[in-house]
Design a protein around this ligand. Structure first.
Ligand code: AMP
Ligand code: MN
Ligand code: MN
Ligand code: MN
Length: 277
């Protein structure tokens, strides 16, 4: 069985390793088919492809697009995208816009609860000035001793209802799917078990995703519990979605799930890569 890992991050977004180092690590952990899926950014894809090719590892172009749907932030992964497609490039550029302003607002709010200079602090962790994310704030706040780890920072400060959370408007679902498909890629719902949607909202979302040309969902991901592997396997079958597998690796010591280390997809699903090779 192929070891496929189609979701991870580099320093081009909020990961801790460069695209070439992630490629090396994926290869070391037995990954045979690999995609780097940085948030809202394809700047690492060419480097990833080059590194993977040198290692003899199959590579597909990837991205993880932030979407606002019915007031919720949802992530849509694009696989086998062409990172030079001008509409995709422009769409992602527009999606990244506004991150800096949001970060300054987060910083002001954190200052009010006794955490000064968080913008400057987070910037020190940023690999790509276009892509300051909540993860960079979390790393800075762990370093400053405000929390003991990144997930505690999110829980106490960076999620809805907490003092460092700033509402943000990302791409629309329709645009994200259009950009991905327009560049030859397939649109995949990232970690569907992680969103705060009611059952009714989730089925409305999946209906709309499918109607707009979305084709796959992540079933086996580092963001799902083993129970959720089964739950979303059933969802994939019910909707006729292809299934994807990805660690969502961000870096050593920070991510619970190592590259290439998740269980295989349940055997009765059609993998998103079934007709790639
Ligand atoms: P942003 O795009 O700036 O909103 O940041 C989103 C990123 O924050 C996600 O891709 C994760 O890497 C990270 N993240 C979100 N929620 C959590 C959490 N509860 N614990 C750790 N990291 C999280
Ligand atoms: Mn991330
Ligand atoms: Mn995500
Ligand atoms: Mn991710």
């Amino acid at each position: 069985m192929l070891n496929v890992d189609l979701h991870c991050h580099s320093t081009v977004s909020d990961g801790l390793l460069s695209p070439a180092d992630i490629a090396q690590r994926a290869h070391q952990h037995g990954v045979q088919v690999w995609a780097l899926t940085d948030h809202d950014e394809i700047g690492g894809v060419a480097l990833a492809r080059e590194a993977a090719t040198l290692l003899g590892m199959r590579h597909v172009g990837g991205v993880e697009i932030s979407v606002t749907w019915a007031g919720h932030t949802i992530h849509i992964v694009g696989l086998r995208i062409d990172e030079t497609d001008p509409v995709l490039v422009q769409g992602l550029y527009d999606t990244r816009h506004g991150r800096e302003k949001r970060a300054m607002e987060m910083s002001d709010m954190l200052a009010e609860v006794g955490i000064p200079n968080a913008f400057q602090g987070a910037l020190a962790y940023v690999g790509n000035p276009d892509l300051i994310s909540r993860t960079h704030f979390a790393r800075y706040m762990v370093e400053g001793g405000y929390c003991s780890d990144v997930s505690e920072v999110f829980k106490n400060y960076l999620v809805e209802g907490k003092p460092g959370f700033v509402e943000h408007r990302w791409a629309s679902l329709a645009h994200a799917i259009q950009w991905i498909r327009g560049s030859g890629g397939v649109a995949v719902v990232a970690h569907p078990g992680r969103y705060n949607l009611t059952q009714l909202e989730m089925s409305a979302f999946l209906d709309e995703f499918k109607q707009l040309g979305g084709a796959a969902i992540e079933v086996v991901t580092g963001s799902h519990t083993p129970d959720q592997f089964g739950e979303y396997a059933r969802v994939a079958k019910r909707y006729g979605f292809l299934a994807s597998r990805g660690s969502d690796f961000h870096g050593p010591g920070e991510s619970m799930t190592e590259l290439g280390s998740l269980p295989p997809l349940p055997p009765d699903l059609t993998p998103v890569w079934h007709d790639w090779f």
